[in-house]
Design a protein around this ligand. Sequence first.
Ligand code: PEP
Ligand code: MG
Length: 758
Amino acid sequence: MTAAASNSARQILTRLHEVMASRMHAQGKLDQVVETIGECLTSEVCSIYLLREGMLELFATRGLNQEAVHVTRMAIGEGLTGVIADNVETLNLAEAKAHPDFQYRPETGEEKFHSFAGVPIVYRERAVGVLCVQHLDPRRYEEIEIEALQTTAMVLSELIANAELVDEEEALGLSPTQSGQQTISGLTLVKGLGAGIAAYHQPRVQITQVMADDIEAERERVYRAFDKMREQIDTLAGQAEFGIGGEHEEVLETYKMFAYDEGWSRRINESIDSGLTAEAAIERVQQHTRMRMREIDDPLLADRMHDLEDLANRLLRIVAGQIGTAAQQGLRKDTILIARNLGPAELLEYDKRRLKGVILEEGSLTAHVVIVARAMNVPVLGRAKSLRGIVREGDEILLDATAATATVRPQSQVAEVFAQRFAKSREKQATYATLRDVEPFTRCGTRIQVMMNAGLRDDISSLALTGADGVGLFRTEFQFLVSATLPQRERQLRLYRDVLDAAGDKPVIFRTVDIGGDKAVPYLNSDIAANDENPAMGWRALRLALNREGLMKAQARALLEAAAGRSLYVMFPMVSEPWEFDDAKAVFEDQLKFLRSKKKRVPEHVRYGAMLEVPALAEVLDLLLPKLSFLSIGTNDLTQFLFAADRGNPALAERYDWLSMPILRFLRRVIRSNVGSDVEIGVCGEMGGRRLEALALLGIGYRRLSITPAAVGPIKELVRKVDLNEISAAMETWLANPETNLRTELTAWAAERDIEVD
Ligand code: PEP
Ligand code: MG
């Protein structure tokens, strides 16, 4: 904007200010606005259409026949105004009639006008009206004129909100056809169906005041917000999750580029100079950029635009002081949560009863946030692109994560089909529930141990609901993740005791804290963690716990005291060499000795186990196994280390298959090394909860799986249909032939036997 442009924009705003401040009723103000704009832009016609009962109704006009006011009505998508509202975009036409959507309404008397420009009036991200100008001559409106219209549209949206000129329900887009149905596709991360309204994890700011009272103060606010935002971006750069290269780094680079872009801050300042508040100025500039970007059809730019949207939203939130996430604001209705990515702790903040699904732009199958969602039984669709451009806060969404799609603003037929699928899936769940008390014996009569993974107190109720044999992996770090400070021993003790009480006779294997990696906790951010360039392979899990002896001791004490008089099963994560197991066990044994010396009650038995997640450990199992009661294979980490492929990197999310030769041959070697010993070896990674993968595991000799609760029913059903001799023979043949596509073979094998494996 040039100085002259900003002066004329200011002039318009000053006049609008007077109109808005007057004591006139809303209709009077609208009449004044069309006069003012028409005059300032020397346009013969200026009109305002507002949404009423699903139609755009002419509310005020200068230049068209006055009889048409409250008479002319256009459907969304009909005529030029309808198109503007439908696409929420600006039109600027030298010759209106030449546009394919032009519709002539005789009552308006508009036939003599040639040029046409219109902008949507946006309220809560929806078009609730259109402001347009028409001119006798065929000319395109200039950019500064369009900008003046857009600014006026913002002022109008404030007036509309205050005067309740449009129906709030309508404005929120509860009429599903308002902006048309759209489908999002992505990658299934947690199967399942869910319906609810869209909520962004980082909600959009609703601008309530458009015109500034004090321009200097607004400048100052924006200046400070920029400072803070830049600081945040720089901090992000230093954080572990952004420091690992690949996509994150690219995103961050773009963020930095925009955050420090002088052009951007200058344009915002110019908008403030013209009389807008800081919030309105940021939004104004954003609208403008959106419009420019739309004209350039380049997918790469579209991606960058998305980053800028994210950043503009961040700036808006800082300026408006609305820093909280949707979780902190509370979910009021059944919700589908939308985010670029989330940490496990952030997801855990949401109210489980209202959270019906998650759609992420990133995400991968074994990212911890996805594991948490799976445990919460919340379907997740990942790798969905450009969500900000498609989904608006409050839109109705039907999420079918099983089919890897989501329908936004669904039409009624689609909603019906979805409801039927939903009913079917509930029926299916009900049939799994009938397996609750059925023991999982294979067709050939072998009892398979089907245990479940857990991490929260509430999860234990799933033991009774699913009939799982016990908890094969209790991720104790979840308590650390949801806590703002390091959970003290007493708090840990209470949790472990509650868990054991709830589990009754069934065993619970407690895994000692596995923090670090993608499970970062702020209060443990020491220099070591902060400088960890590759946190998944860095100072995490047992490595961290052995260094922080106080932490490990406190946990050992809490577990030993909680299990007083009963059996305690303890498992150490990320053991890489046997001495680490020895050291960890020694911490427990010392605490046990201490408790005995104080005449405290101790557990009847303490059984120690290790997780096999680091491939190196497989080479020394002959040394390790004699020390253990059980070994549990964490295939999530194991796979990332075997393939050297970050489990959280969305770009690799679909690259390596659990049903590949290297993994299955590796796992077969591990189970075979156990012949003759009575150490129990099981799998507790996500792999075991998927039916085809579970079938392969049974085929290579695994008899114990610990899986997500929702998978217990389906896996029990599978177990009961399998003959181990048959599947073992088949696996042997397939694994002997490196050309085999195991996924294809196993699917066909299962289909021949009527075994469902989807
Ligand atoms: C694993 O790595 O497979 C595992 C079960 O542990 P987590 O997913 O918590 O790292
Ligand atoms: Mg692990």
